[in-house]
Write a protein that binds this ligand. Structure first.
Ligand code: UT7
Length: 326
């Protein structure tokens, strides 16, 4: 049976670093508070002339170079993002054009911080079903453009960036073993962007009410995130007759160090089994897992046959896991 195998990874972080000390000058906060409550020391911020598609494009090219795949060989481009260049068309279409991927269908997936896991799962179904040979899956976000920089509850958390993988249908045991996607829309109001959609179309009063900025009830999100990431990771292991002892590395969505520590503790993972880079990147939403994967891959931390897992949670609420044999 052919499986969707990850044959290349890539990522891109904008050059500008925003530290906790920089944030101390912007809102009523402290390095000590941010560091203790979130584990974040710094995050990257896109330059004014950098768009989400630009970040996505660099990550994609890096992944394609590693895979040795040309743009015309790609059948699908799926981008997990909620901070695309425009409300529409999709950022995937803009990336498709910039790459010259003339044979690819392209679309965005809106699943907030679960965007990459949802996008990857979609692409895997096409490959498993025999309808695509090669897919480019990207997580790309510029949250700095939807953050209320006067809200200390949220502005300290997020960063910009992009990560990508190239999938190829290959014979053998390696590749994506399973995907489990979940949602509970009853929680939508705990994490969302009120304007400007059909409920609140563009208006001057909407800007005055700060509707285009992200809103989050952090504490409540925190509790559901830990439980959901734990449960969906377990579900993936059970479905594959595995236990946490089989896991070489977990790549969780990098939201907050305390969430990651709680998930690690519940799953009884060792430090070596958990990849964490939230300290340097902050929460890059749908981009966080492929950025982390690319960092681990380029550092030589993954070897053939390793069992790894992606475990995401985000607005919607959405969550999900992908189990992969490297
Ligand atoms: O990507 C998926 C979606 N997002 C998440 O996963 C985020 C999940 N939530 C979290 O990471 C945490 O809830 C936060 C980091 C957002 C907040 O941490 P917390 O430990 O839950 O703090 P809190 O919201 O309970 O706030 C505690 C106090 C409050 O003051 P009072 O009311 O106790 O006087 C806040 O006003 O800390 C205050 N506070 C701050 N103080 C200094 C909130 N933000 C800040 C800040 N600097 N930046």
């Amino acid at each position: 049976m052919k499986r969707a195998r990850i044959i290349g990874t890539g990522s891109y972080l904008p050059a500008k670093v925003l530290t906790n000390f920089d944030l101390e000058k912007m809102v009523d906060t402290s390095n000590e508070w941010i560091s203790t409550r979130t584990g974040i020391d710094e995050r990257r911020i896109a330059a004014d002339d950098e768009m989400t598609s630009d970040l996505a494009l660099i990550a994609a090219r890096n992944a394609m170079d590693m895979a040795g795949v040309k743009a015309e060989d790609i059948d699908l481009i799926v981008v997990g993002t909620i901070t695309g260049d425009y409300p529409w068309p999709s950022t995937a279409c803009i990336v498709q054009d910039k790459l010259g991927a003339i044979n690819a269908g392209a679309w965005d997936v809106s699943a907030a911080c679960s965007g990459f896991v949802y996008a990857l799962s979609s692409a895997v179904q096409f490959i498993n079903g025999g309808n695509a040979k090669r897919a480019l899956v990207i997580g790309a976000e510029i949250f700095s453009r939807i953050i209320d920089w006067e809200d200390r509850n949220t502005c300290i958390l997020f960063g910009d960036g992009a990560g990508a993988v190239v999938l190829e249908a290959q014979e053998g045991d390696a590749g994506v073993l399973s995907t489990h996607l979940k949602a509970d829309g009853s929680f939508w109001e705990l994490l969302y962007q009120p304007g400007f959609g059909a409920v609140h179309p563009a208006s001057v009063s909407g800007i005055e009410q700060r509707l285009p900025f992200l809103r989050m009830a952090g504490n409540e999100v925190f509790k559901v995130a830990v439980r959901s990431m734990y449960e969906v990771a377990n579900e993936a292991l059970t479905a594959n007759d595995m236990t946490t002892a089989d896991l070489a590395m977990l790549f969780p969505h990098q939201a907050n160090r305390r969430i990651l520590d709680a998930v690690k503790k519940r799953l009884k993972l060792t430090d070596e089994q958990m990849f964490i880079n939230v300290d340097k990147c902050g929460n890059t939403s749908g981009a966080s897992i492929p950025i982390a994967l690319d960092e681990a891959n380029r550092k030589g931390m993954l070897k053939e046959g390793d069992i790894i897992m992606f475990d995401a949670f985000g607005g919607g609420f959405t969550w999900g896991s992908c189990l992969v044999r490297w």
